[in-house]
Design a protein around this ligand. Sequence first.
Ligand code: BG6
Length: 463
Amino acid sequence: KTTVKTLLILGASGDLTGRLLLPGLAGLLAAGRAPGLRLVGAGSDPWSPEQWQERVKGAFEAASKSADAAGSAALAAVAESTAYHQLDVTADGPLAELLAQLEGPIAVYFALPPHISQKACEVLKRDQVPAGTRLVMEKPFGSGTESAHELNKTLAALVPEDHIHRVDHFLGKATVLNILGLRFANRFLEPVWNRDHIEKVEVIFDEDLALEGRARYYDTAGALRDMIQSHLLHIMAFLAIDAPATIEERDLRDAVATVLRASSIKAPFPETTRRARYTAGTLGERTVPDYAAEQGVDPGRNTETLAEVQVEINNWRWAGVPFILRSGKALGRRRKEAVITFRPVPHLPTGFAGVDSPNQLRIGFGPDVLRLDVDVNGPGDIFTLDRASLVAELNAAELLPYGEVLEGILNGDPLLSVRGDTAEDCWRIIEPVLRAWESGEVPLEEYDAGSAGPAAWPTAVED
Ligand code: BG6
């Protein structure tokens, strides 16, 4: 494996760099997990080197406070030696010249809007990309199967597939990765983890955030593209894959690709999908305006802020089991979990009374909690069943999701990156739905900001 010597961030003055990349990197450096790394920023803004250094120091501050002496020294060394280059990455020449000056291997992180990243890759030529370079692409990867395919071709002309890191930061979330440990390092789940014993699987990611000033991006994306096409399909894949022989890049990503290839959302879409948009309401202390009235939103686009789809996985293990994926903004209750509902027992011995509800396993993605709901004998009439929950709170991860993803990139390990064929497949799965929604086949419903979503949706849960 190559260890990257220089991390070059394109879009250094942008929001993603400040809010997610630098704090993720800070955790890595503080933990001594990126020794000897050099950081270089580049952007179209005419920043002075000091301005960039201040930004880096500011983003490293929190990690520095809790780091030990070696960690603080590593953070300070990177912040003090970092350089900034003003350049137009879409022009023919400047990026190639910068790459030639840097110590390799280099990881080039495109923290830029997708069309700019794409243009930057189109103007680069293979012989301008030093051997060992890693290209790191943010989501969204293209805007549909075809554009993702084109982008894959552009990248493949520059570096080998295993040097391309398509970022999905959910693959760096400890609780998402925990699905693998829970399923494959324990004996008790795997024998019942199939259509014979599981009734349905829900993956819910309800956020209590609204638009938060991201109209420019979000209004052209919507919940289906923003969350389901990428993050939730990957969670689903981790829940559905067969046990891989190793937790290595090739085996794990093969398993994910196989399950996604077998997945689809079938018509009639008014039955298998739902979409809605928030209207004015209150989120905690905040008053939130109508989505359609938010600054930068074009109401005519009919962008959904809440989406739900039912995915089928057409293989022996899962045929007939609905995988329901739902995500939305401005919801009253933050709810981020996978809920696995088991089938009822084949026969409840006569004489038992009480709840008799199905077992449910809940995997929380923040708070990070595992919960198994079971029926047990009650304390009064002992054969009147009572519901009990076995709860495990998981330890907080040492690294932020972006730290975890960056570590893989810096070690040259694409395990936690999305493979090219999988990126295309994720679009292929949702494209029929996008088309049906565009043609108005599925009504755009409404819900008040701060509510649980449209009341009639089966996944809506009030507190
Ligand atoms: C991002 C989406 O990819 O993931 C955001 O663009 C969303 O809309 C975010 O809020 C959720 O991730 P996290 O890590 O903040 O829970």
